[in-house]
Design a protein around this ligand. Sequence first.
Ligand SMILES: O=C(O)COP(=O)(O)O
Ligand SMILES: [Mg+2]
Length: 223
Amino acid sequence: MSKFPFDIVLFDLDGTLVDSARDLCPAVNHALTRIGRDPVSEGTSRTLIGGGTDMMLTRALEATGGMIGDDEYCELSQTLLDFYWDNLAVHTVPYPGCEDALAQLREGGVSLALCTNKSEKPARELLDALAMTAHFDAIYGGDTLGRENAKPAPDMLHAAIADCGGGRALMVGDTTYDVRAARAASVPVLTFTGGYADVAHGDLGSDAHFAAWHGFVDAARAL
Ligand SMILES: O=C(O)COP(=O)(O)O
Ligand SMILES: [Mg+2]
């Protein structure tokens, strides 16, 4: 039994644990400019994150002139990934206070799992680069169980809870993908307002939110 009102915390990655927009934005712009599109601003790129890099590219193409053909899209998606995988930890950092909160949870006997829509390989590489891998008992990426089972589907949440031995779980995220996945898995959900919400925070529909990681443990205990 943990010292918290939950035994397992499932974390989203981009926009929740780490501020990765400053590396994702150059990657999407590398792809856009390759086909002669205008780059998007970092502010715009933040609103495109949450569904995985393919979703980010699709939304960026729609915002800069419309979708392209399937073959060209596949090639461009690979161009984006190649760039991102070589540059995924250039500017990306954990949000202030996040690692202390993870350590506090672990010391309190809570199991931690990562449930990100980022593909598993770059997610693991990013965690390794930031020396954060050891915090997690289970790591799921958007492709681990097949893209069709990425968030907002509940599958990776269910699998991570099982890997952690079952128990009372809590989801922590920043976008509608996280809230919808948590609802589908019947898990309470806390959202971080410092991330990349794709709708107004009040419309995310989470059970509660926190604005800074220093306030996370109190917000989670109050659920
Ligand atoms: O890479 C993305 O677009 C989403 O990743 P996240 O699920 O960790 O927010
Ligand atoms: Mg996110």
